[in-house]
Ligand binder design. Structure first.
Ligand code: GLN
Length: 410
Protein backbone atom coordinates (compact mmCIF):
# COMPACT_ATOMS: atom_id res chain seq x y z
CA UNK A 1 0.00 0.00 0.00
CA UNK A 2 1.59 3.22 -1.02
CA UNK A 3 1.92 6.18 1.26
CA UNK A 4 -0.05 9.40 0.73
CA UNK A 5 -0.05 12.66 2.65
CA UNK A 6 -2.56 15.46 2.97
CA UNK A 7 -0.90 18.82 3.53
CA UNK A 8 -2.89 21.77 4.80
CA UNK A 9 -2.01 25.37 4.12
CA UNK A 10 -1.36 25.94 7.85
CA UNK A 11 1.48 23.40 7.72
CA UNK A 12 -0.32 20.42 9.23
CA UNK A 13 0.41 17.09 7.57
CA UNK A 14 -1.72 13.92 7.78
CA UNK A 15 -0.17 10.67 6.63
CA UNK A 16 -2.26 7.83 5.23
CA UNK A 17 -2.32 5.63 2.16
CA UNK A 18 -3.09 6.34 -1.47
CA UNK A 19 -6.75 5.97 -2.39
CA UNK A 20 -7.87 6.21 -6.01
CA UNK A 21 -5.30 7.62 -8.43
CA UNK A 22 -1.79 8.37 -7.19
CA UNK A 23 -0.13 11.70 -7.88
CA UNK A 24 -0.85 15.21 -6.74
CA UNK A 25 -4.02 17.23 -6.38
CA UNK A 26 -4.69 20.70 -5.03
CA UNK A 27 -7.85 22.40 -3.83
CA UNK A 28 -9.69 23.99 -0.96
CA UNK A 29 -10.13 21.47 1.88
CA UNK A 30 -13.77 21.29 3.00
CA UNK A 31 -15.77 18.71 4.92
CA UNK A 32 -19.18 17.17 4.31
CA UNK A 33 -21.16 15.53 7.12
CA UNK A 34 -23.45 13.39 4.93
CA UNK A 35 -23.60 9.72 5.93
CA UNK A 36 -24.93 8.69 2.50
CA UNK A 37 -24.87 9.91 -1.09
CA UNK A 38 -21.12 10.04 -1.74
CA UNK A 39 -21.63 9.43 -5.47
CA UNK A 40 -24.04 12.38 -5.78
CA UNK A 41 -21.65 14.53 -3.75
CA UNK A 42 -18.48 13.69 -5.68
CA UNK A 43 -20.19 14.40 -9.03
CA UNK A 44 -21.73 17.74 -7.94
CA UNK A 45 -20.00 20.43 -10.08
CA UNK A 46 -20.17 22.86 -7.13
CA UNK A 47 -17.29 20.87 -5.59
CA UNK A 48 -14.97 21.78 -8.47
CA UNK A 49 -11.49 22.65 -7.09
CA UNK A 50 -12.30 21.39 -3.59
CA UNK A 51 -10.71 18.50 -1.70
CA UNK A 52 -13.54 16.84 0.14
CA UNK A 53 -13.12 15.28 3.58
CA UNK A 54 -15.89 12.83 4.49
CA UNK A 55 -16.84 12.84 8.17
CA UNK A 56 -18.60 9.48 7.77
CA UNK A 57 -15.84 7.02 8.67
CA UNK A 58 -16.74 4.30 6.17
CA UNK A 59 -17.18 5.24 2.53
CA UNK A 60 -17.80 3.19 -0.59
CA UNK A 61 -20.24 0.50 0.55
CA UNK A 62 -22.55 0.86 -2.45
CA UNK A 63 -19.78 1.15 -5.04
CA UNK A 64 -20.40 3.21 -8.18
CA UNK A 65 -23.40 3.04 -10.50
CA UNK A 66 -24.54 4.72 -13.70
CA UNK A 67 -27.71 6.28 -12.28
CA UNK A 68 -26.83 8.48 -9.33
CA UNK A 69 -24.27 10.91 -10.72
CA UNK A 70 -25.19 14.59 -10.60
CA UNK A 71 -22.78 15.78 -13.27
CA UNK A 72 -24.39 16.42 -16.63
CA UNK A 73 -21.28 17.41 -18.51
CA UNK A 74 -19.89 13.92 -18.83
CA UNK A 75 -23.25 12.61 -19.97
CA UNK A 76 -23.75 15.12 -22.76
CA UNK A 77 -21.88 13.29 -25.49
CA UNK A 78 -23.08 9.82 -24.62
CA UNK A 79 -26.71 10.45 -23.90
CA UNK A 80 -29.60 9.51 -26.18
CA UNK A 81 -31.07 12.60 -27.76
CA UNK A 82 -33.92 13.44 -30.05
CA UNK A 83 -33.34 16.24 -32.57
CA UNK A 84 -35.53 19.30 -31.97
CA UNK A 85 -38.83 19.02 -33.77
CA UNK A 86 -39.32 22.70 -34.60
CA UNK A 87 -37.29 24.48 -37.23
CA UNK A 88 -36.33 27.21 -34.77
CA UNK A 89 -35.01 24.73 -32.24
CA UNK A 90 -31.34 24.27 -33.00
CA UNK A 91 -30.57 22.25 -29.88
CA UNK A 92 -30.18 18.67 -28.90
CA UNK A 93 -33.21 17.50 -27.03
CA UNK A 94 -32.96 14.97 -24.22
CA UNK A 95 -35.65 12.81 -22.83
CA UNK A 96 -36.45 13.66 -19.21
CA UNK A 97 -35.30 10.19 -18.23
CA UNK A 98 -31.71 10.75 -19.25
CA UNK A 99 -30.03 7.91 -17.44
CA UNK A 100 -27.28 6.60 -19.67
CA UNK A 101 -25.95 3.26 -18.56
CA UNK A 102 -22.66 3.74 -20.40
CA UNK A 103 -21.81 6.90 -18.49
CA UNK A 104 -20.55 6.85 -14.89
CA UNK A 105 -20.70 10.65 -14.50
CA UNK A 106 -17.77 12.99 -14.04
CA UNK A 107 -16.26 13.29 -10.59
CA UNK A 108 -15.84 17.01 -9.89
CA UNK A 109 -14.08 17.05 -6.52
CA UNK A 110 -10.37 17.76 -6.82
CA UNK A 111 -9.56 15.06 -4.26
CA UNK A 112 -11.21 12.83 -1.67
CA UNK A 113 -10.06 12.13 1.89
CA UNK A 114 -11.66 9.25 3.78
CA UNK A 115 -11.01 7.28 6.91
CA UNK A 116 -11.96 3.74 5.98
CA UNK A 117 -12.87 2.78 2.41
CA UNK A 118 -15.03 -0.29 2.25
CA UNK A 119 -13.25 -3.43 1.09
CA UNK A 120 -16.27 -5.12 -0.43
CA UNK A 121 -18.89 -3.35 -2.53
CA UNK A 122 -22.43 -4.45 -1.84
CA UNK A 123 -25.19 -3.08 -4.03
CA UNK A 124 -27.15 -4.57 -6.92
CA UNK A 125 -26.67 -1.43 -9.01
CA UNK A 126 -22.89 -1.18 -8.55
CA UNK A 127 -20.95 -1.49 -11.81
CA UNK A 128 -17.61 -0.71 -10.23
CA UNK A 129 -16.10 0.38 -6.93
CA UNK A 130 -15.54 3.94 -5.80
CA UNK A 131 -11.79 3.45 -5.89
CA UNK A 132 -11.83 1.97 -9.43
CA UNK A 133 -13.91 4.93 -10.58
CA UNK A 134 -11.47 7.37 -8.99
CA UNK A 135 -8.57 5.61 -10.68
CA UNK A 136 -10.42 5.59 -14.02
CA UNK A 137 -11.06 9.32 -13.77
CA UNK A 138 -7.61 10.10 -12.35
CA UNK A 139 -8.94 11.49 -9.06
CA UNK A 140 -6.29 11.49 -6.34
CA UNK A 141 -7.43 10.55 -2.84
CA UNK A 142 -6.15 9.55 0.57
CA UNK A 143 -7.45 6.95 3.02
CA UNK A 144 -6.59 5.90 6.54
CA UNK A 145 -6.18 9.38 7.97
CA UNK A 146 -7.90 10.66 11.10
CA UNK A 147 -10.62 12.59 9.28
CA UNK A 148 -12.08 13.78 12.59
CA UNK A 149 -8.80 15.52 13.37
CA UNK A 150 -8.76 17.18 9.92
CA UNK A 151 -12.35 18.36 10.40
CA UNK A 152 -11.50 19.89 13.79
CA UNK A 153 -8.72 21.90 12.14
CA UNK A 154 -11.05 23.08 9.35
CA UNK A 155 -13.79 23.91 11.85
CA UNK A 156 -11.45 25.88 14.12
CA UNK A 157 -9.30 27.58 11.49
CA UNK A 158 -11.70 27.57 8.51
CA UNK A 159 -11.64 25.95 5.07
CA UNK A 160 -8.15 26.31 3.64
CA UNK A 161 -5.97 25.40 0.68
CA UNK A 162 -4.65 21.86 0.75
CA UNK A 163 -3.03 19.15 -1.34
CA UNK A 164 -2.91 15.36 -1.45
CA UNK A 165 0.38 13.83 -2.59
CA UNK A 166 1.31 10.21 -3.30
CA UNK A 167 3.59 8.14 -5.51
CA UNK A 168 6.10 10.22 -7.49
CA UNK A 169 4.49 13.45 -6.29
CA UNK A 170 5.61 12.90 -2.69
CA UNK A 171 8.23 15.47 -1.76
CA UNK A 172 9.61 17.04 1.36
CA UNK A 173 7.05 18.76 3.59
CA UNK A 174 8.50 22.15 2.64
CA UNK A 175 8.20 21.41 -1.06
CA UNK A 176 4.64 20.15 -0.76
CA UNK A 177 3.64 23.08 1.46
CA UNK A 178 5.02 25.53 -1.06
CA UNK A 179 2.96 23.85 -3.79
CA UNK A 180 -0.16 23.99 -1.60
CA UNK A 181 0.37 27.67 -0.86
CA UNK A 182 1.04 28.54 -4.50
CA UNK A 183 -2.53 27.72 -5.61
CA UNK A 184 -5.14 30.48 -5.82
CA UNK A 185 -7.65 30.70 -2.99
CA UNK A 186 -11.39 29.98 -3.38
CA UNK A 187 -12.13 33.61 -2.47
CA UNK A 188 -12.39 35.45 -5.78
CA UNK A 189 -12.46 32.26 -7.89
CA UNK A 190 -14.54 32.50 -11.07
CA UNK A 191 -15.30 28.88 -11.96
CA UNK A 192 -18.75 28.66 -13.55
CA UNK A 193 -17.43 28.66 -17.14
CA UNK A 194 -15.20 25.68 -16.27
CA UNK A 195 -18.16 23.47 -15.39
CA UNK A 196 -20.95 24.84 -17.62
CA UNK A 197 -22.17 23.26 -20.83
CA UNK A 198 -20.82 25.07 -23.89
CA UNK A 199 -23.82 24.17 -26.07
CA UNK A 200 -27.44 24.76 -25.14
CA UNK A 201 -29.72 21.72 -24.94
CA UNK A 202 -33.27 20.90 -23.99
CA UNK A 203 -34.50 18.47 -21.37
CA UNK A 204 -38.02 17.69 -22.43
CA UNK A 205 -41.00 17.64 -20.10
CA UNK A 206 -42.00 14.19 -18.84
CA UNK A 207 -44.27 12.57 -21.39
CA UNK A 208 -43.23 15.16 -23.96
CA UNK A 209 -46.14 17.47 -23.04
CA UNK A 210 -44.74 20.80 -21.84
CA UNK A 211 -46.97 23.02 -19.71
CA UNK A 212 -44.19 25.60 -19.39
CA UNK A 213 -40.71 26.26 -20.73
CA UNK A 214 -37.87 27.52 -18.57
CA UNK A 215 -34.42 28.89 -19.46
CA UNK A 216 -31.93 27.44 -16.96
CA UNK A 217 -28.52 29.10 -16.78
CA UNK A 218 -25.97 26.32 -16.26
CA UNK A 219 -23.38 27.55 -13.76
CA UNK A 220 -22.76 23.92 -12.72
CA UNK A 221 -26.30 22.53 -12.80
CA UNK A 222 -26.95 19.15 -11.17
CA UNK A 223 -28.75 16.42 -13.14
CA UNK A 224 -31.66 16.22 -10.75
CA UNK A 225 -32.70 19.84 -11.26
CA UNK A 226 -33.95 19.55 -14.88
CA UNK A 227 -35.32 16.12 -13.92
CA UNK A 228 -37.43 17.64 -11.09
CA UNK A 229 -38.70 20.37 -13.41
CA UNK A 230 -39.38 17.92 -16.26
CA UNK A 231 -41.40 15.73 -13.88
CA UNK A 232 -43.66 18.76 -13.30
CA UNK A 233 -44.35 19.33 -17.00
CA UNK A 234 -41.59 21.86 -17.60
CA UNK A 235 -39.38 21.82 -20.70
CA UNK A 236 -35.94 23.03 -19.64
CA UNK A 237 -33.63 24.92 -22.01
CA UNK A 238 -30.23 24.52 -20.36
CA UNK A 239 -28.04 27.43 -21.47
CA UNK A 240 -24.27 27.99 -21.19
CA UNK A 241 -23.10 30.32 -18.42
CA UNK A 242 -22.29 32.88 -21.13
CA UNK A 243 -25.92 33.20 -22.34
CA UNK A 244 -27.18 36.78 -22.61
CA UNK A 245 -30.51 38.43 -21.87
CA UNK A 246 -31.23 38.48 -25.61
CA UNK A 247 -30.61 34.72 -25.82
CA UNK A 248 -33.18 34.21 -23.07
CA UNK A 249 -35.71 36.64 -24.53
CA UNK A 250 -35.46 34.96 -27.93
CA UNK A 251 -36.60 31.67 -26.38
CA UNK A 252 -39.89 33.18 -25.23
CA UNK A 253 -39.82 31.10 -22.05
CA UNK A 254 -42.23 31.21 -19.09
CA UNK A 255 -39.57 31.29 -16.39
CA UNK A 256 -35.88 31.67 -15.60
CA UNK A 257 -33.78 29.36 -13.41
CA UNK A 258 -30.32 30.05 -11.91
CA UNK A 259 -28.38 26.93 -10.94
CA UNK A 260 -25.92 25.98 -8.25
CA UNK A 261 -22.23 26.22 -9.09
CA UNK A 262 -18.64 26.49 -7.86
CA UNK A 263 -16.64 29.59 -7.03
CA UNK A 264 -17.10 32.94 -5.33
CA UNK A 265 -20.37 34.80 -6.00
CA UNK A 266 -18.50 38.15 -6.13
CA UNK A 267 -17.38 37.11 -9.62
CA UNK A 268 -20.93 37.03 -11.01
CA UNK A 269 -21.50 40.72 -11.92
CA UNK A 270 -22.58 39.87 -15.46
CA UNK A 271 -25.13 37.26 -14.34
CA UNK A 272 -26.38 39.59 -11.59
CA UNK A 273 -27.13 42.20 -14.29
CA UNK A 274 -28.79 39.57 -16.47
CA UNK A 275 -30.95 38.45 -13.54
CA UNK A 276 -32.10 42.02 -12.88
CA UNK A 277 -33.07 42.40 -16.53
CA UNK A 278 -35.01 39.15 -16.51
CA UNK A 279 -36.91 40.09 -13.33
CA UNK A 280 -37.52 43.61 -14.61
CA UNK A 281 -39.11 42.08 -17.70
CA UNK A 282 -41.58 40.29 -15.42
CA UNK A 283 -40.35 36.73 -15.90
CA UNK A 284 -40.80 34.41 -12.86
CA UNK A 285 -37.45 33.34 -11.46
CA UNK A 286 -36.13 30.60 -9.16
CA UNK A 287 -32.56 30.07 -7.99
CA UNK A 288 -30.66 27.43 -6.04
CA UNK A 289 -27.47 27.93 -4.00
CA UNK A 290 -25.13 29.93 -6.30
CA UNK A 291 -28.42 31.11 -7.85
CA UNK A 292 -29.54 32.34 -4.41
CA UNK A 293 -26.35 34.30 -3.96
CA UNK A 294 -26.84 35.85 -7.41
CA UNK A 295 -30.51 36.79 -6.83
CA UNK A 296 -29.47 38.23 -3.45
CA UNK A 297 -26.85 40.35 -5.18
CA UNK A 298 -29.44 41.50 -7.74
CA UNK A 299 -31.50 42.60 -4.71
CA UNK A 300 -28.56 44.68 -3.52
CA UNK A 301 -27.13 42.33 -0.88
CA UNK A 302 -23.46 41.45 -0.61
CA UNK A 303 -21.94 38.04 -0.03
CA UNK A 304 -19.16 36.88 2.29
CA UNK A 305 -17.10 33.72 2.78
CA UNK A 306 -18.25 31.47 5.62
CA UNK A 307 -15.55 30.12 7.91
CA UNK A 308 -16.08 26.46 6.98
CA UNK A 309 -19.42 26.48 5.15
CA UNK A 310 -22.44 24.17 5.27
CA UNK A 311 -22.02 20.77 3.64
CA UNK A 312 -24.24 17.88 4.61
CA UNK A 313 -27.71 16.46 4.24
CA UNK A 314 -29.36 17.13 7.62
CA UNK A 315 -29.14 20.90 7.95
CA UNK A 316 -32.24 22.56 9.45
CA UNK A 317 -33.62 25.64 7.69
CA UNK A 318 -36.28 27.92 9.15
CA UNK A 319 -38.93 29.56 6.96
CA UNK A 320 -39.03 32.92 8.75
CA UNK A 321 -42.69 33.59 7.89
CA UNK A 322 -44.31 30.25 8.70
CA UNK A 323 -41.89 29.08 11.38
CA UNK A 324 -41.64 25.71 9.63
CA UNK A 325 -38.32 23.92 9.58
CA UNK A 326 -37.11 21.79 6.66
CA UNK A 327 -34.19 19.39 6.90
CA UNK A 328 -32.05 20.14 3.86
CA UNK A 329 -29.02 19.14 1.82
CA UNK A 330 -26.42 21.87 1.53
CA UNK A 331 -23.08 22.59 -0.05
CA UNK A 332 -21.96 26.17 0.20
CA UNK A 333 -18.94 28.11 1.38
CA UNK A 334 -20.29 31.62 0.77
CA UNK A 335 -23.49 33.29 1.98
CA UNK A 336 -25.61 36.43 1.67
CA UNK A 337 -25.56 39.17 4.30
CA UNK A 338 -28.86 39.50 6.16
CA UNK A 339 -31.00 38.71 9.20
CA UNK A 340 -34.02 36.50 9.81
CA UNK A 341 -37.27 38.24 8.92
CA UNK A 342 -35.61 41.31 7.43
CA UNK A 343 -37.56 43.22 4.74
CA UNK A 344 -35.94 45.74 2.46
CA UNK A 345 -36.52 47.90 -0.62
CA UNK A 346 -34.67 47.13 -3.82
CA UNK A 347 -34.66 48.45 -7.41
CA UNK A 348 -36.68 45.36 -8.33
CA UNK A 349 -39.31 45.79 -5.59
CA UNK A 350 -39.65 45.06 -1.89
CA UNK A 351 -37.84 41.92 -0.78
CA UNK A 352 -37.24 39.83 2.31
CA UNK A 353 -34.93 37.26 3.82
CA UNK A 354 -37.25 34.27 3.61
CA UNK A 355 -35.13 31.51 5.20
CA UNK A 356 -32.27 31.19 7.69
CA UNK A 357 -30.24 28.26 8.96
CA UNK A 358 -31.58 27.12 12.33
CA UNK A 359 -28.05 26.23 13.47
CA UNK A 360 -26.28 29.55 12.94
CA UNK A 361 -28.73 32.11 11.47
CA UNK A 362 -26.99 32.24 8.04
CA UNK A 363 -29.32 33.48 5.25
CA UNK A 364 -30.78 30.48 3.39
CA UNK A 365 -33.32 32.15 1.11
CA UNK A 366 -34.48 35.50 -0.30
CA UNK A 367 -37.54 36.52 -2.27
CA UNK A 368 -39.38 39.44 -3.79
CA UNK A 369 -42.53 40.02 -1.75
CA UNK A 370 -44.47 39.98 -5.02
CA UNK A 371 -43.50 36.28 -5.10
CA UNK A 372 -42.20 36.51 -8.69
CA UNK A 373 -38.56 35.78 -7.85
CA UNK A 374 -37.31 33.53 -5.07
CA UNK A 375 -34.28 31.44 -4.28
CA UNK A 376 -32.78 29.18 -1.62
CA UNK A 377 -29.25 28.46 -0.50
CA UNK A 378 -30.02 24.77 0.06
CA UNK A 379 -30.83 21.98 -2.39
CA UNK A 380 -34.50 21.10 -3.01
CA UNK A 381 -33.26 18.82 -5.83
CA UNK A 382 -31.08 16.80 -3.42
CA UNK A 383 -30.98 13.41 -5.12
CA UNK A 384 -29.85 11.42 -2.12
CA UNK A 385 -32.36 13.33 -0.01
CA UNK A 386 -33.79 14.68 2.17
CA UNK A 387 -36.81 15.73 0.12
CA UNK A 388 -38.45 18.19 2.54
CA UNK A 389 -37.89 21.09 0.15
CA UNK A 390 -38.91 19.43 -3.14
CA UNK A 391 -42.16 21.43 -3.08
CA UNK A 392 -40.18 24.53 -4.09
CA UNK A 393 -40.29 23.19 -7.66
CA UNK A 394 -44.10 23.07 -7.36
CA UNK A 395 -43.98 26.64 -6.05
CA UNK A 396 -42.01 27.72 -9.15
CA UNK A 397 -44.57 26.05 -11.44
CA UNK A 398 -47.35 27.75 -9.46
CA UNK A 399 -45.68 31.18 -9.89
CA UNK A 400 -45.49 30.55 -13.65
CA UNK A 401 -49.18 29.54 -13.69
CA UNK A 402 -50.21 32.69 -11.82
CA UNK A 403 -48.03 34.83 -14.03
CA UNK A 404 -49.52 33.27 -17.19
CA UNK A 405 -53.04 34.00 -15.91
CA UNK A 406 -52.16 37.59 -15.11
CA UNK A 407 -50.72 37.94 -18.62
CA UNK A 408 -54.02 36.63 -19.98
CA UNK A 409 -56.04 39.23 -18.13
CA UNK A 410 -54.00 42.27 -19.16
N1 GLN B 1 -23.60 24.62 -4.32
C1 GLN B 1 -23.40 25.87 -4.71
O1 GLN B 1 -24.07 26.38 -5.62
C2 GLN B 1 -22.28 26.63 -4.05
C3 GLN B 1 -22.29 28.10 -4.30
C4 GLN B 1 -20.95 28.76 -4.00
N2 GLN B 1 -19.93 28.26 -4.87
C5 GLN B 1 -20.58 28.55 -2.55
O2 GLN B 1 -19.67 27.86 -2.24
O3 GLN B 1 -21.21 29.10 -1.67
Amino acid sequence: MSRAVMVLENGQVFTGRAFGATGQTLGEAVFCTAMTGYQETLTDPSYHRQILVATAPQIGNTGWNTEDSESLLGKRSAVRWVPGTQANEPYQKWSADFVDHRDPGKIWVAGYAVRNPTRRVSNWRAGSSLEDEMIGQNVVGIAGIDTRAVVRVLRDSGAMRAGIFSGDALGTVDEMLETVRSQPSMAGADLAAEVSTTEPYIVEAAGGQAKFTVAALDLGIKANTPRMLAARGVEVHVLPSTATYDDIRALNVDGFFLSNGPGDPVTTDRVVGLTSEVIDAGLPMFGICFGNQILGRALGRSTYKLKFGHRGINIPVLDTRTGRVAITAQNHGFALEGEAGEEFDTDLGRARVSHVCANDGVVEGVELISGKAFSVQYHPEAASGPHDAANLFDKFVHVMETSAMEGNRS
